[in-house]
Design a protein around this ligand. Sequence first.
Ligand code: ADP
Length: 272
Amino acid sequence: GEYSHRVTIGGGDELTRLADEFNELTGRLQTTEEVRRRFVSDASHELKTPLASIRLLTDSILQNDGMDEETVREFVTDIGNEAERLTRITEKLLTLTRMDTAPPRAVGPVDVKQVLLRVEHMLLPLAGAVNVSLHMDLIEGCTVLATEDDLYQIAFNLMENAVKYNLPGGSVFVCLQLRRGKRPGDGDWVVLRVEDTGVGIPEEDLPKIFDRFYRVDKARSRAAGGTGLGLSIVRDTVLQNGGTVEARRREPEGTCFEVCFPRWHGEEEGAE
Ligand code: ADP
């Protein structure tokens, strides 16, 4: 690669340590550069597909004089859908790049329960349309220090996926809990679990689903209007707000996503 300036030094402990540090750093730079290049190439590919469909559809209309009105309507509708898809992809790409560069937004105490109730309200029409029921098991006192819009985005993406990748008649369980830290001195954690009874994610795909553009079933994601960016936005946003997120298979079926944030106890009790 471009960063091939490896340093080898024998002897002196201090020098060896410095050389190791230098080599480790160049290694990391190379990875960042690769990740960036990969991202641009993946993004271009994702944008090219709908653009190619739009070209194809317009060409068919323009080159076929005798096309009946109904077919024209159908093609134009498809063009509209592809344009909508492009909009969704670019919006999400902007969200991701903005996270890299934008100054940190307002952070404050947020009641997670209130955020989840807003997300539930937004998702009810979609859930109703595919006959999936939402079960909310929420408690008071789950306050975290975070950006409210970020929490909304995290919960929305997870709950929307739980509906999208479900089966007719299936369920989504959203639950809030408080958990004690494992070691003495660890504070409490606010734990948000989003479980579904849906199609599930194969064990071997689980480590990859937070990667940008990764989709287990491309056709299904596409049909559901997916971009493969939702979970990478979830991961970045969770980390930015000091939390953790993981996904595992749910027994007997479906998927379970768990997000943990340090609980905020309020100024008067001496928060972190
Ligand atoms: P998409 O826009 O495709 O939904 P995401 O980044 O949100 O992208 O999710 C990545 C992929 O992970 C999805 O395409 C889907 O294959 C899988 N996935 C995400 N959530 C679930 C879920 N609750 N159940 C099953 N598969 C899921």
